[in-house]
Each structure stands twice: as structure tokens, then as C-alpha cells.
Design a protein around this ligand. Structure first.
Ligand SMILES: Cc1cc2nc3c(=O)[nH]c(=O)nc-3n(C[C@H](O)[C@H](O)[C@H](O)COP(=O)(O)OP(=O)(O)OC[C@H]3O[C@@H](n4cnc5c(N)ncnc54)[C@H](O)[C@@H]3O)c2cc1C
Length: 471
């Protein structure tokens, strides 16, 4: 029997593509190489029993804001979003910290002499957010519905993060911005890095840095359960290595990396397209450590105890230096560490009084250097006594991430480098980036709007298939 669509990969984008197709009344089969759904959005008791750790993504402001999921009944399928008291924080030496709250004024009040500047910036982002969201979470080459709002964002976002915040009166505001901009995984002196800072600040004051109760896997399971409830089929432990592994279909939606698609589709693609996809460049990797702690992290700045996410790297100059070193192929002694402490607001994540902590830093692609000591050193710097709280740790180097999920090439968490124009145009400069050929589509993090748990790449790829062979 021929299925309308086959989707390769059951991560957030694959499941969203399949849901979009099934809701449009098309038959759909999802093939997933792993023995569970979720891709880089999964959880496991990876340190000790009772401590639930996220194996990939942990905190999902983009997911909570995702237009693709806004009207799905995911709560009926087990999803509850957790909102911590503070969205994120960034410590500085001397027991200081910048805290970002949903409330703009409360955030600004903690930024000293930069308060007015921050208030003005954040108020503009909040005002524009609804219009920006539609433009940013879709392919960029099309007529924007709100060109003036997008241009206003673009003029700021195109700037290097280091330049955007200069000159600042204090260290807290630039540090807060740097932590958001560093999600670009690029040196902060590069053009366009401010767009990440602005996007994550806009999300701070609108959606919030929420995360799924009981771990990232709850979101993936809710998506899968809803998909099955509307007739979609998921086949686990089904790696697609060759075109012959696909059932008969009218459209194929890949949520793999571009090189994997090119290899599987082979000469079904024009030579030029195939060569371009095979050349897709990946960015730096991640070195990840999960900690089981016998108590909360002893932050020197006590307000950090209420932040779901903590960006650890010190001043903007230090964060910029760390990211520059990674881009140059070396390992910073003081890396920029992304840390989540979900159990501060979700008691299901760890035994009573104990905590599950997720942390990673950027490293050169495929690096096999053990960064555990440097990550712990950075946390200890801002939370003296942290090491004494560790009951167990689990290390996942870039190679471990790729072994878990072939999309994470060299440990790249974002589906490919953001250097040059690739932040805007993925995987190629095209008016229809999700359509590879007449009946082959790509919807992974290597397509607009890029990495992160939001499902929008899959959504747009499914929409392209529905406008094409599945019309
Ligand atoms: C360590 C880490 C931390 C992260 N932190 C965050 C975060 O906090 N917040 C956030 O929003 N994002 C985060 N991300 C990024 C986010 O997880 C990804 O961008 C997102 O999961 C991409 O979704 P996807 O569906 O495109 O790909 P994936 O989630 O990678 O899913 C792809 C799926 O396809 C399957 N697959 C691949 N090839 C084949 C094949 N040939 N045959 C069959 N199946 C195949 C894989 O097994 C996988 O299940 C993080 C990622 C990592 C790794």
C-alpha cells in the first residue's frame, strides 16, 4: 500500500511534520532509527535512579512560543509546561548576578545604570513580538507580513553582540545579553549575533524560558501520542540508510542533516543539489555533563536559585573570548557553560531535596577532550561548594551525542553552522528552502528557522509537501 507521506526521523520536527500532514487528512508513516521518539528532545535517568536528565534539549522558550503547537491538544497527551520564578540568570564574580524575569521592569531594576536602556529595548521587543514571531519562525525569503517591524529588528539584529551593547554603564546588562547571544555558537564579534540576543530576550518577556514537566521526553511523547491519535504511524528502530528502506510514498519529508538526505536520495537529486547538500558545514560541538546533586547549587548570588537556566561565563568579554577560542579550534580554560536546574520548579525531576542538573559547553567539532573539570570549575567559581554536592555525573562528549542521534554531527546541537549567511538561509539560498525536489522535502534544524525545539522546520516542510505532490 502506498502511504501519502513518509517522514524520516521522529524528533520535534519529524513529529510536527507528520502531525501537520495527518491533520490535513494525509496518511503518514514516520521512520525512526532509535528505539524511542524524540531525537534531541529525550530524557533518561542517566545518573542515578529518580534523577531525570534531558539527553539533548532542556529549556524550550521557542517550543512554548511555537505557532505549530499553539492549537494542538498536547496537555491532553501529558504535556505540562513549567515556568520557573526567574527565566534565566548570569553570575559575575563577587556574588553578583543579572537575573531575567518575565517582567521587564523587574529585570531592568537589577541592571543598575543600564536599567533605562534595557527597559526601552525590552519594551520594543515585547511590543513587536507577535508580528516578529510570524516572520522569524518562518523562511526568510518571502514577502514579510510586517516589513517595518522586521526591518527594525533586522537593523539591530545584524550587529555583532559586542557592538550592540557598547557602551554600557555596567557589566550586568552586557553579560545578560552575551549569554543569550552565545546561543548563536559564534564569536560575539560576528555580524548577526545580536539577533540571537534579541530573540531570546523577546522570548524572556513573552513566552518565558519554560520546560516540560518530567523532562523533555514528555513533549516528544505528547507529540507522538497526539500523532497516533489522529492516525499517524510511527515505526521505531527503523534506520533509513537507503531509498529502498522507504515504504511506497507520494512525498518524503526528511528531518535528517542535508548530507544524510543527499546520500539516501542519491541520484534522485540533481547533481548540483546533491553536491551542495553533501557540503553542508557543521559547527562546534557540545560537551555535556549531567549531575545528580544532594542539594541545590550553592550559588554565591542567592537569586540564581530561582532561575531555571543559568548562563555561566562571566562578563561579555569573557564569554566572547571563550566562543572565539572554540571557533578557532581550541578549548577555553573558562568555557561558556549553559546550565539548567529544572528540579528547582519541578519536583518530579529528582528525589526530595536533591537536584538534577544539566550543563554543557561548546567545543571544536568532534572534540574528544574531557571538559568535565573545566565545566565544574566554572560552576564552582560562582557557586563555591558545588563539587561537594555531586552524588554522580554522566558525561556525553560530542561523539556520544552523535552516537545517540546521527543528526548531531560532531556534537553540533543546532543542525549546522550559523556562520556567514547560514543563519538566514539554510541549507541553501532558496525561495523554497524546505523543498529539495518535486517530492523530497527537508524539515530538520538545518532548514529555517534553524535549531531549537519548536517543530517549525517540520511544519514548513509538511506545508510545502501539501502545496506540492500532496495537494
Ligand atoms: C545537548 C543539546 C542541548 C540542546 N539544548 C536545547 C535547548 O535547551 N532548547 C532547545 O530549544 N533546543 C536545544 N537543543 C537543540 C534541539 O534539541 C534540536 O535543534 C532539535 O531537537 C532539532 O529537532 P529535529 O527534529 O530537527 O532533529 P532531532 O531532534 O535531532 O531528531 C532527528 C531524529 O531523526 C532520527 N534520524 C536521523 N537520521 C535517521 C535515519 N537515517 N533514519 C531514521 N531516523 C533518523 C534521529 O534518530 C532523531 O530521532 C539542544 C540539542 C542538544 C544536542
Amino acid at each position: 500500500m502506498t502511504t501519502d507521506a513518509v517522514v524520516i526521523g521522529a524528533g520535534p520536527n519529524g513529529l510536527t511534520a507528520a502531525i501537520t500532514l495527518a491533520r490535513a487528512g494525509r496518511s503518514v508513516v514516520v521512520l525512526e532509527q532509535a528505539d524511542e521518539v524524540g531525537g534531541a528532545c529525550r530524557s533518561a535517568e542517566s545518573t542515578l535512579p529518580g534523577f531525570i536528565h534531558d539527553l539533548g534539549a532542556a529549556v524550550m522558550p521557542l517550543g512554548y512560543a511555537s505557532p505549530a503547537w499553539a492549537d494542538l491538544p498536547l496537555a491532553d497527551h501529558g504535556l505540562t509546561w513549567i515556568a520557573p520564578a526567574a527565566e534565566f540568570g548570569q553570575p559575575l564574580d563577587g556574588g553578583r548576578a543579572a537575573l531575567a524575569y518575565r517582567d521587564v521592569d523587574r529585570t531592568a531594576a537589577g541592571l543598575g545604570k543600564d536599567a533605562d536602556r534595557y527597559r526601552e529595548l525590552a519594551a520594543g521587543l515585547v511590543r513587536d513580538w507577535d508580528r516578529l514571531r510570524a516572520s522569524i519562525l518562518g523562511p526568510l525569503i518571502r514577502l514579510p507580513r510586517h516589513p517595518i517591524t522586521l526591518a527594525r529588528f533586522g537593523l539591530k539584529g545584524v550587529q555583532p553582540a559586542t557592538r550592540f551593547v557598547a557602551p554600557a554603564a555596567g557589566e550586568l546588562y552586557p553579560a545578560l545579553f552575551a549569554g543569550c547571544a552565545a546561543h548563536a555558537v559564534l564569536p560575539l564579534e560576528r555580524l548577526l549575533t545580536s539577533s540571537f540576543g534579541l530573540l531570546f530576550l523577546a522570548l524572556t518577556h513573552t513566552a518565558g524560558w519554560r520546560y516540560p514537566r518530567s523532562g523533555a521526553a514528555s513533549l516528544s511523547r505528547a507529540l507522538a501520542s497526539y500523532l497516533e491519535s489522529i492516525g499517524g504511524e510511527i515505526r521505531l528502530a527503523q534506520p533509513v540508510r537507503d531509498w529502498a528502506d522507504l515504504p511506497e510514498h507520494r512525498a518524503a519529508v526528511f528531518t535528517t542533516g542535508p548530507p544524510a538526505l543527499a546520500t539516501i536520495a542519491g541520484d534522485r537529486l540533481p547533481g548540483k543539489t546533491r553536491r551542495r547538500l553533501l557540503r553542508w558545514p557543521y559547527g562546534p560541538g557540545a560537551f555535556k555533563v549531567d549531575f545528580a546533586l544532594d542539594g541545590p547549587i550553592p550559588w554565591a548570588a542567592p537569586t540564581l536559585a530561582e532561575a531555571g537556566t543559568v548562563h555561566i561565563g562571566g562578563t561579555i568579554e569573557e564569554v566572547a573570548e571563550a566562543e572565539r577560542q572554540v571557533a578557532d579550534g581550541s578549548h577555553p580554560d573558562r568555557p561558556f557553560v549553559l546550565l539548567a536546574q529544572p528540579s528547582i520548579a519541578d519536583p518530579t525531576r529528582a528525589p526530595s531535596g536533591q537536584h538534577a542538573v544539566w550543563a554543557y559547553c561548546h567545543v571544536p567539532p568532534g572534540s574528544d577532550l574531557d571538559m568535565t573539570d573545566r565545566i565544574e570549575g566554572q560552576i564552582e567559581r560562582f557557586a563555591p561548594g558545588f563539587r561537594d554536592r555531586i552524588l554522580a555525573r554522566t558525561i556525553t562528549p560530542p561523539g556520544g551525542l552523535e552516537a545517540m542521534n546521527p543528526n548531531l554531527v560532531g556534537g553540533d546541537v543546532g543542525g549546522g553552522s550559523h556562520a556567514g549567511t547560514r543563519l538566514l538561509f539554510r541549507p541553501t539560498i532558496s525561495a523554497r528552502p524546505h523543498r529539495v525536489t518535486g517530492r523530497i522535502f527537508l524539515g530538520s534544524a538545518s532548514t529555517p528557522p534553524g535549531g531549537g525545539v519548536h517543530g517549525m522546520g517540520g511544519y514548513w516542510a509538511a506545508r510545502a509537501a501539501l502545496a506540492g505532490p500532496l495537494r
